[in-house]
Design a protein around this ligand. Sequence first.
Ligand code: VG1
Ligand code: CO
Length: 542
Amino acid sequence: PAVQRIPTQPIAGMKPGTSGLRKRVTEFQSGNYLANFVQSVFNAVRPDGGFTGLTLVLGGDGRYFNDAAIQLVLKMAAANGFARVLVGANGILSTPAASNVIRKNKAFGGLILSASHNAGGPEGDFGIKFNAGNGGPAPEKLTDAMYAESQRINEFLTLDLPELDVSRPGAHRYGGMTVEVIDSVADYVQLMKQLFDFPALKAMFAGGFRLAFDAMHAVTGPYAHAIFEGELGAAPGTVHNGTPLKDFGGHHPDPNLVHAKALYDQMMAPGAPDLGAASDGDGDRNLIIGRDLFISPSDSLAMLAANAHLAPAYAGGIAGVARSMPTSGAVDRVAERLGVPCFETPTGWKFFGNLLDAGKITLCGEESAGTGSNHVREKDGIWAVLLWLTILCQRKQSAMQIAQEHWASYGRNYYTRHDYEEIDSTAAKKLMADLSAKIDAGLQLPKLKFADDFSYTDPVDGSVSKNQGLRVVFEDGSRIVYRLSGTGTTGSTLRVYIERYEADTSQHGLDTQAALADLIALAGKLAEIRERTDRERPDVIT
Ligand code: VG1
Ligand code: CO
């Protein structure tokens, strides 16, 4: 069939946020919304020679609207001249699996359909993002270009083709293009086998080790079944909520203490398994809970960095680490002891890409339950669980012992994040603007080291990203950080990150909220949170 050029008009608000474009499903379904954005992406990334001979990777987390979006993207990819699309069977690829498929096949890039930890279903959220040939999320320069294209678009290209059955594996001719339906899980399992000692882990499970993994009815179900129960022989039932559902069973597939409470309760109860873990909608996050101990993601990153050499992939040591600015400084101390650099980047995985590509870092992570390494260019939930399993296996200790020894050796960074969700956007922006002005005017606080608005200069390409969060930092390294979420779809979400370093081992067993009570109170007062948001308390505390 001939390429159809469908006239269209720009639609406001198509600005990719922290991780792609996320909107309500209903917004994506209206008019030409999705087609406009996909064409804007293609226009922004199209090489001079067009897409001739190039491969696109396509897959999503399986949420509501995934199926329809896959079909639309296939038609548009064919019309825009791609030679080949690799699509996960049934349109499914976890975010780290998609990153791997792009890299392994030297694809031009990929489109990942996901709103990650946001709720799904007809009333929930949908999202889409472009990853480049390195397998990583498009850098800001590209997302800015996509937005610019969306503001001047006047047509999109498509083909009048019947729907393609993406449940049939193998190669299919589609328009002038080939669509290869690939196994969603196989390549990923193979990659994990290269990084970790599967026989050793298998022996640990055979010896009675117990894991509880909550897939939250999201994309990791099939991956977790295949790896933990299949390859490693963990008991059937190790994977909870392992059947992906389009609406995640009505829950937020967000692995934190609020949304993964059932797992937390199980880990705190008598007879708890040895390790509890969970992942999110698209499989890039991880939550780690030891028996009787929740390990904060910031601590987890530090502990993984300190012990990474226990896994075959990192036996030679790590080149460096990076963390997002709001992530605690626990990993900085590990880097210092290892004698490797530690980079501080803005929030969002796209900022790690250059550092990983340049070989400056091996491991990186964020306080929002994301950790990863140079094996792909996304954070990777199951990878983090496998690295934790490796550490437990090699050290023959419990997660609790490992954490306590870590704190005794490095000190403990008490850390919490308070989220005020879906608050009025105008009030949220004013709160930030007024606090910023207050900081510019000079804060008068005892033992204040500095306060500023975080700005990042990429050490590889020199690009500058401003306004990445307000920081109030004290002489002893204690910090309060404020930023507005870039992944929400309704109103604004204020995130307040609070941290205090404690060197004294006798003070390492405190309740986190109690240990941070003074700073939490100060954080509220400085930004006038209660007055300006009308909220008595945060919606989510992690
Ligand atoms: C949040 C997290 C951030 C993470 C991003 C995408 O962004 O804070 O650390 O990279 O989600 O994660 P924000 O702008 O809402 O704070 V995911 O798992 O949604 O791909
Ligand atoms: Co995610």
